[in-house]
Design a protein around this ligand. Sequence first.
Ligand code: NAD
Ligand code: WQD
Length: 338
Amino acid sequence: MKILVTGGAGFIGSHTVVELHNAGFETVLVDNFSNSEKEAITGIETIIGKPVTFYEGDIGQAATWDKLFSEQKIDGIIHFAAFKAVGESVAKPLKYYSNNISATVLMLEKMEEYGVNNLVFSSSCTVYGQPDTLPVTESSAVQPAASPYGNTKQVCEEIIRDTVTSSAGFHAISLRYFNPIGAHDSVLIGELPLGVPANLVPFLTQSVAGLRGPLAVFGDDYPTADGTAVRDYIHVVDLAKAHVSALNLLLKQPEGQYYDFFNIGTGTGSSVLDVINAFEAATGLKVDYSIKPRREGDVVAVYADCTKSNEILGWKTEKTLTDALGDAWNWQKKLIGK
Ligand code: NAD
Ligand code: WQD
């Protein structure tokens, strides 16, 4: 089975290509390096011990799809390629609507034109906003989006669902990721944040590495056990494996339509202070931090109920928060040494 991975040089895409290979799938990657580097391809090749089939191209261009689909017989697509900076999406919404939504519509049109019927889509727990009850299940309501980025995930989920409804043999799954962190334990691939990281773990590791000032903990007056906000941090390798499980489920569907969506998290909520403590335990290093005001737009707490993905995808996490933070630190050390 040959799987096309859009955004295959990116953080989650690169780890997923490795897990697809481990599971016996052939892969074809497409990326335009708008938020990644060619070294990620070399890293993947070193881990899997063979060359990858790679196309440099913009998935917002019809010509990219025509070239890919005329040269490769693709059985399914995992669609990671998108922009993901929440703050930038507020400042430049059209950049996000074009790259995340228009390119997804074009992909679906091209899938229809070339008869490619299986799709896994990268969605986000951002679709839940602040859920009324925790842990959040897939039956929780989708809330009005807090940012253009979040809106692109909601709209793409709806576009994909409607495409399945209208198309006799189309199979698709949306995976709602919680907070992916960490890196492959080979430290040959990992996350490459551009500029000052907005996300907790890359800022923390850069701070400890001396590249940034002390970590600002955004708010300690939330209604949580220690007052800091709670999230569900998942190791990127566990997240990558969920895509293999999702593809296996899609590929064994009988003729006819299939659409479903799944939470992909650990099921455990961790506060910002929990992350700091776990990082210190994993590395033996001290985190220099200070409490700052809440960050605008942040929800208090969100973590996943993964019963549905455990039962239907047959997937569960294997790594701990400490594993993920240790791997994130090893990756950070490697980046400093470059
Ligand atoms: P990433 O930026 O590391 O990877 C995305 C990749 O897509 C990059 O390599 C980028 O160069 C490529 N790309 C972007 N636009 C493209 C285009 N038009 N044509 C070709 N390539 C293009 O991001 P990531 O963290 O790996 O996220 C992957 C997906 O998961 C995204 O859709 C993101 O919205 C979603 N997601 C990420 C998180 C997270 O916290 N990282 C959480 C939930 C959902
Ligand atoms: C986590 C916690 C911060 C930085 C974002 C997107 C979401 C998804 C994942 C793509 C929060 C606190 C952070 C810092 C801090 N991405 N924090 N100091 O906000 O849960 O989710 O990434 O879909 O859509 O919104 O992740 O890592 O930014 O923050 O105290 O310097 O860490 O306030 O409580 P978030 P995050």
